[in-house]
Design a protein around this ligand. Structure first.
Ligand code: F6P
Length: 392
């Protein structure tokens, strides 16, 4: 189906040209926006409600648009009865709340929607239905708040004619189009607080304590929280490490009288070969039910002959109230994305560059993960203060 084929303007058709009767001068006006939708897709993160609040306030107070809350990601456009109008009253008091009042899902790709059981290949393409339902609901634009996967779906719906705009989110901070995503700062606060708390008990027991943090394939949370929390070792996917190197560092610390060591570990680290081999010998593969922290902790315990404890922070990093910095960034993104709609900037996404909120093409923003630079300023600053990355 071509862009615009279900009644929306094609994404590149932004103006209609009117002839003025009096002077026959040509005047460009934008087709009127009256009603906009907003959905949150993928994993939740602190700040989503702050975006929703800013969108609703800006849309109603500044532009007099009606806002429709689409529930559970794109599900609310497959089953539109889930969706409803959002009023100022609906968003009152939600600024400090975690989660999302709209609900979300990371299993709701309308292009490949699994019904009942994917193994039975009940996969449906509901994308035309989504576009058609948005049209029936009278949506002049749809705000998609989500990470890389959700923005990709948004773009594909946009290519089918849905006037989509994006707001990036993820605690992982791994989107290259924006300097920072909201949710990241809140996650670092949780992880830093955990490392702070682990310090006293690690020191009291002369233990090696591993704090495993989220971040998917990127080491941003582990690096930032490691520096902020004063971890001694930071292990991230971007820097290969060996157990022998980590253990030799732990032993050096011991010789210098520091009998405890704190390790900030990213969940996405590459498992060293010796652990991989050992797992295959013992279990036939890398067991999914054992955390990477436990696997690495066991290997370190044997090699360094130290007591090791592992804390997996998991979803605590995504839950709870957004930090002040995340509330502010979410609010700026929410305001900017409504301004973007008012300018008919479809298929674009808001992003932070330096101290400015800018608009970028969604097509340019997706599929490019932002990784920690192993030779970057931040890693080198960490090295300068003695943080060990486990390199050989
Ligand atoms: O992308 C955000 C994130 O929290 C990752 O850091 C983590 O690996 C993943 O989502 C967890 O996803 P789920 O909530 O589906 O377990």
């Amino acid at each position: 189906m071509q862009a615009g084929s279900v009644g929306f303007p094609a994404p590149d058709v932004k103006f209609s040209v009117l002839e003025s009767n009096s002077r026959s001068a040509k005047k460009c006006i934008m087709s009127e926006i009256r009603k906009i939708g907003i959905c949150t897709g993928g994993g939740d993160c602190p700040g989503l409600n702050a975006v929703i609040r800013a969108v609703v306030k800006t849309a109603i107070l500044k532009y007099r648009f009606e806002v429709i809350g689409i529930h559970d990601g794109f599900d609310g456009l497959i089953w539109p009865e889930k969706s409803h109008s959002l009023t100022l009253e609906d968003v009152s008091g939600i600024l400090p709340r975690g989660g999302t009042i709209l609900g979300t899902t990371n299993r709701g790709n309308p292009f490949a929607y699994c019904v009942n059981d994917c193994e039975q290949e009940k996969v449906h393409d509901y994308s035309d239905k989504v576009v058609q339902n948005a049209r029936t609901m009278g949506l002049d634009a749809l705000i998609v708040v989500g990470g890389d996967g959700t923005q990709k779906i948004g773009l594909e719906l946009g290519q089918k004619g849905l006037p989509v705009v994006g707001v990036p989110k993820t605690i992982d901070n791994d989107l290259s189009a924006t300097d920072v995503t909201f949710g990241f700062d809140s996650a670092i606060h949780v992880a830093t607080d955990a490392i702070d708390r682990i310090h006293t008990t690690a020191e009291a027991h002369h233990r090696v304590m591993i704090v495993e943090v989220m971040g998917r394939d990127a080491g941003w949370i582990a690096l930032h929280a490691g520096i902020a929390g004063g971890a001694h070792v930071v292990l991230i996917p971007e820097i290969p490490f060996t157990i022998a190197s980590v253990c030799s560092f732990i032993n050096q610390r011991h010789i210098f009288g520091k009998k405890f060591t704190i390790i900030s570990l990213a969940e996405g680290v590459k498992i060293p070969d010796e652990i991989r081999r050992d797992c295959i010998q013992r279990y036939g593969s890398i067991p999914k039910e054992i955390s990477v922290g436990s696997l690495i902790g066991e290997a370190i315990g044997q090699c360094a002959r130290k007591e090791v404890r592992v804390t997996v922070l998991g979803h605590t990093q995504r839950g709870g109230s957004p930090s002040p910095a995340d509330r502010i960034l979410s609010t700026r993104f929410g305001v900017a994305v409504v301004d973007l709609i008012a300018q008919h900037g479809f298929l674009k996404m808001v992003a932070l560059r330096g101290d400015k909120v800018v608009f970028v093409d969604i097509a340019d923003a997706i599929g490019k993960a932002k990784a920690v630079d192993p030779q970057g300023e931040l890693v080198n600053a960490a090295r300068a203060i003695g943080i060990h990355f486990g390199e050989e």
